[in-house]
Design a protein around this ligand. Sequence first.
Ligand code: NAG
Length: 107
Amino acid sequence: MHSFGYRLNTIATVACFLLAILCSLASLSDYFNVPSVNSHIEVLKVNRFRKQLSGNDEVSLTFNISMDLQSAFTWNTKQVFVFVAAEYDTVKNCLNQVTVLIPLSSF
Ligand SMILES: *[C@@H]1O[C@H](CO)[C@@H](O)[C@H](O)[C@H]1NC(C)=O
C-alpha cells in the first residue's frame, strides 16, 4: 500500500506543484516592475567623417553617455541591451537612421 514507488510519486508531485507555484510567484512579482531609465547623451567629438567607395558614409563619434539603469536591474534581470538610435535628414534622404549597440562592459 505505501510502497517506495508510491511515496516517491507523491513527493515528486508535491515538489513539482510547489516549484510551479514558486515560478508563478517569481514571474508575477517582476510583472509589475516598470523600469524608468534616465539618460543623457551628447556628441563630444566627430573623430572621422568620410565617404566610402561603396557610397556609404562612415563616421566615428565620441559620445558622453550617462544613464541610471538601476531600476532596470531586478533579481529577475538576465541581460540588458543598451543602444543609441539616431535619426537625421540629408538633402538626398529625408530620413536616415543609425543604431549603435553599446556593450555594457564599457560602463
Ligand atoms: C559627461 O556628462 C556628465 C553629465 O551628464 C558630466 O558631468 C561630465 O563632465 C561629461 N564629461 C565630459 C568629458 O564632457
